[in-house]
Design a protein around this ligand. Sequence first.
Ligand code: ADP
Length: 490
Amino acid sequence: MKTTDVLSRPALQKYAFAVLCSLFAFCIRYSLDPILGDKVPYLIFVPAALLASWYGGFGPASAVLILGLALANLFFITPGRTIWPEDFSELTQNAVYVLSTLGGIVLFEMLHRSRNRLHHLTEQLRETEERFRLMVKDAVDYAIFTIGPERHVSSWNPGAERMTGHAQAEVTGKVADFIFTPEDIAQHAPEQEIRSALEKGQAIDERWHVRKDGSRFWGSGRMVCLRDEAGTIKGYAKIMRDLTQKKKWEEELESRVRERTGELQNSNQEMEAMTYTIAHDLRAPLRAMKSFSEMLLKEHKVGLNAEGKDYLSRVHDSAERMSNLVDDLLEFGRLGRESLNLERVSLDQIFDGVLVRLSDDIQQKKASVEILHPLLPVKASRPVLEKVCCNLISNALKFVPEGVVPHIRVWTENGTSVRLFVEDNGIGIAREHQDRIFKVFERLHTKEKYSGTGVGLAIVQKGAQLMGGNVGVESAVGKGSLFSVVLQRP
Ligand code: ADP
């Protein structure tokens, strides 16, 4: 009989059984009364109570206990024949009966409960096992298999059969290396996977695997180490998905991106070449415009009225601006075209040269340029670095509020790379513009207020990047600017 029956039986049935047991015990005791007299009046009710306990649990058993007590007192104990004990010996007999029967009932109840619990746990385990077995069996999209401590296959689900082409019977007991490519086996990938599962508790792995027919699939798997309660290694379980299609798409996407990037680079180079040629070809007519307008102003100024002279000088200024722009553009274009020769360069020497080049401007503005010697040497292209430093200093001299004497500080700091800092007390740059000023033709002011072409910082950024570094700025309007250039250590 199943232990759960006790719980599932209707209460009425259990109590009816208890009453029947009591009556049955009463009948037996009654029929033995001529032999037993008033001896052992309760004895027969004890097994009846235990029987009721087995059948119906604590409640029905207690009912038999009470009924037995009443019936024995009424019928088998002389001389009172009342329900209640009438002297000390009866009371003692009652107490012994009640206690021993209760003890038996409690024991039965405990037995019931532990059997119920055991049954419940066994059921749960069976259900879990069944669910796991069905899950593993149905998970045809996943290869799920286990291997022993020596890497011999111990279980192999239908998903693993489908993914690898190996039937369970063929592989059980075999070392599981057969799903690895010969290259990975040569590099000890299976052992490494096991080691990683052992050390970290699990190993996550994506690589090409081999099917039975020799074809390959991209398997993405996770291996866990199986241990018993004492921590002894019992083997390893692996669950794996076939992501070949995804891998192919990724590779296709990558190759398309590479192709497109190549195309873009080509068209960029073509564009740069074209810009360079156009800019180059524009120089000659511009030079002609400039010199002819100068000649006209010098040699024919008597024949020109004031309006004519004004027009002519505007033509001359425009040609000059255009010529500056073309020069800057050519400089910018040349940067990407020529390969750079990176060498150890002394920043001290570079700034000495820059100060000489900008000496007129510095004197005119009475600017103070403080170079915190010695500056650190860097690995760079000398002409490009010269241009970068010159542009930063000339901007620092240029972008100051009217009436303010420019004060510029230059220093370097060491780290994984060298950082060159150029600080000024100029007009500053609003946060929202700090990115775009490094793009070509981006200017924050009109040419009337501050002259320029908008190419200087683009040259600084491109130059720094070509030398393996970068450029950044920290600034606030009215608070000056701090430009920093990251450069390689020599
Ligand atoms: P240009 O100097 O020819 O205008 P740049 O590319 O050198 O072009 O600079 C772009 C813009 O960035 C400038 O027009 C100016 O608005 C801003 N800028 C550059 N340097 C500074 C600086 N030191 N202080 C304030 N603004 C600056």
